[in-house]
Design a protein around this ligand. Structure first.
Ligand SMILES: Cc1cc2nc3c(=O)[nH]c(=O)nc-3n(C[C@H](O)[C@H](O)[C@H](O)COP(=O)(O)OP(=O)(O)OC[C@H]3O[C@@H](n4cnc5c(N)ncnc54)[C@H](O)[C@@H]3O)c2cc1C
Length: 496
């Protein structure tokens, strides 16, 4: 870690998460360009420098090194170099051609499925994404794959475009080791003299005047710091990026005044359009036989709760696409503990393309004040999101009754597809894939915050380049699309 940061760089990347690691690595490939990556959380150094065991263990979702330890689950986000790739489920899946059509309308031809293919492949290579090894499939996972076939689904490659079907995700994990974006992208770049990595450095705000950024006000070890650059690239994530723009006077003018911030550019879309994927978990009581099989797998160090999914279509999915992920889990519970030899099993219906929108707002201009985050689950006026999740719960019922899975669990005592609206809302959790709060869009879209190259409207030397720019969530887990997005936007920075 650099102890005495220089004051002036060619490029400042703000936020060292998934996108920030890609950007810092790609932008510093030319030794003539000085790049500084600024991250509020710790930089634990290269892979072999002794990272905390909790962040490395791909079998669980750690709650260390996050922004708010005791916040509601939908707010969880990492505060560490590598960002949420250090705390996430290590699943990598790709979306539909309908996703790309939406992005292309918002950002231009660079966002088409064909044009993004090389960025998708670059992310696979650089992160070392790999197929689930056979040994990581439990008796439950194998039965779930068979059950999906029984229901008429065919096997698909989850890491590539295609149609509905069943399969296993690509993993950024090797033998239980979570391989985060700092390992994949930063480690090969750490020794570059033109790249400065500043951990433990929280960005308070950008100093914006006359349509330009003139510097970054940050805090490091309790001391105030000002950093400057020719170009500023914000990659603080779907919650952090709009918050930084808002603290800097870039956002809906009325909200900024309420929060005590002087508006610099009235950008109504900043913090709006929050889109996340809700889902309902249906628990199924494992039989003694399944518990024993899982215990045996655990004793051999090969038990992973979650390795199988189905891409399924509700009646609202575009032709040939899918809008649901049906997950089959069996292993130690995600939260809490069970007695030794006992496990949690279940099936989930996640809505991948919600119509509902939430928002991120400031409570004040103070970075330390928790954000006001409303995921807006199931708020679409037509009730389509509830109906689509229910369609997925119907598939869950069929799977639970299938010849392959039913011998492993006790029969369902309820009909999840008939749950009341209130119960679906109450039981809904998040798939942790928020996007959309600094959405890209065409010049005539009043809600657009950035263009297809990540350039912020009305501020000439400022970009956003992370999950927040995606105007719609893909029908996928978001890490892989965000890696490809950052690859695309890094190229756009270098081109201009
Ligand atoms: C619990 C959990 C499980 C998930 N599981 C999966 C999964 O299995 N598969 C998948 O595809 N996706 C998963 N995701 C989502 C995936 O991790 C995100 O889509 C991805 O990390 C988004 O990348 P990003 O760069 O936009 O944001 P992040 O990776 O969150 O990075 C943002 C970074 O900016 C930093 N930052 C924020 N504000 C400031 C500031 N003011 N100053 C300095 N730094 C700042 C943060 O500390 C953070 O390091 C999961 C997410 C979570 C939280």
């Amino acid at each position: 870690m650099t102890e005495n940061p220089a004051q002036k760089y060619d490029l400042l990347v703000l936020g060292g998460g998934v996108a920030g690691c890609v950007l810092a690595a790609r932008l510093s490939e030319d030794p003539a360009r000085s790049v500084c990556l600024v991250e509020a959380g710790r930089d634990h150094g290269p892979r072999d420098a002794g990272w905390p065991a909790g962040l490395l263990d791909a079998r669980s979702l750690p709650r260390e090194e996050v922004w708010e330890r005791h916040a509601p689950v939908h707010r969880v986000r990492a505060r560490v170099i590598g960002g949420s790739s250090c705390v996430n489920g290590c699943w990598n899946t790709w979306g539909t051609s309908a996703d790309h059509a939406q992005w292309e309308r918002a950002g231009g031809p660079a966002w088409s499925a064909a044009a993004m293919e090389r960025h998708r492949k670059a992310a696979v290579r650089q992160m070392g994404l790999r197929a689930v090894p056979d040994g990581e499939l439990s008796a439950w996972s194998r039965a779930a794959l068979t059950a999906a076939g029984e229901l008429g689904y065919g096997e698909v490659d989850m890491g590539a475009p295609g149609g509905p079907g069943y399969g296993t995700p690509l993993l950024n994990a090797v033998d239980g080791l979570r391989w985060n974006a700092a390992f994949g992208y930063l480690d090969p770049a750490r020794s570059r003299p033109n790249l400065t990595l500043l951990g433990d450095t929280a960005v308070h705000r950008l100093d914006v005047r006359g349509g330009r950024v003139h510097g970054v006000r940050a805090e490091r070890d309790g001391a105030r710091l000002t950093l400057t650059a020719d170009t500023y690239v914000v990659a603080c994530g779907t919650f952090g990026s709009p918050a930084l723009l808002l603290r800097s006077g870039l956002g809906p003018a009325a909200h900024l005044r309420e929060a005590g911030v002087r508006p610099e550019v009235d950008l109504p879309g900043v913090g709006a359009n929050l889109t996340d994927q809700p889902g309902v978990f249906v628990p199924l009581a494992p039989t003694d036989g399944l518990n024993a099989a899982l215990a045996d797998k655990e004793a051999r160090g090969e038990l992973y709760g979650n390795r199988v999914l189905i891409r399924a279509a509700s009646p609202y999915a575009p032709d040939g696409a899918w809008d649901l992920h049906i997950l089959a889990n069996a292993g130690p519970p995600l939260y809490g503990r069970l007695p030794p030899g006992r496990y949690e099993a279940g099936l989930s219906s996640f809505l991948m393309k919600p119509a509902s929108r939430g928002r991120v707002r400031l409570r004040s201009a103070d970075l330390a004040d928790p954000l006001d985050i409303d995921p807006g689950f199931f708020t679409d006026p037509g009730g389509q999101d509830l109906a689509a999740v229910r369609a997925g719960l119907g598939i869950v019922e069929d799977l639970a009754r299938s010849a392959a899975l039913s011998p492993l669990v006790r029969p369902l005592e309820e009909r999840p597809s008939e749950l009341s609206d209130e119960l679906v809302r109450a039981r809904a959790g998040t798939y942790w894939h928020p996007v959309g709060t600094c959405a890209m869009g065409p010049a005539d879209d009043p809600g657009a915050v950035v263009d297809g190259a990540g350039r912020v409207r009305g501020v000439s030397n400022l970009r956003v380049a992370d999950a927040s720019v995606l105007p719609t969530v893909p029908a996928a887990n978001t890490q892989f699309p965000v890696l490809a997005t950052a690859e695309l936007l890094a190229e756009a920075v270098l081109r201009d």
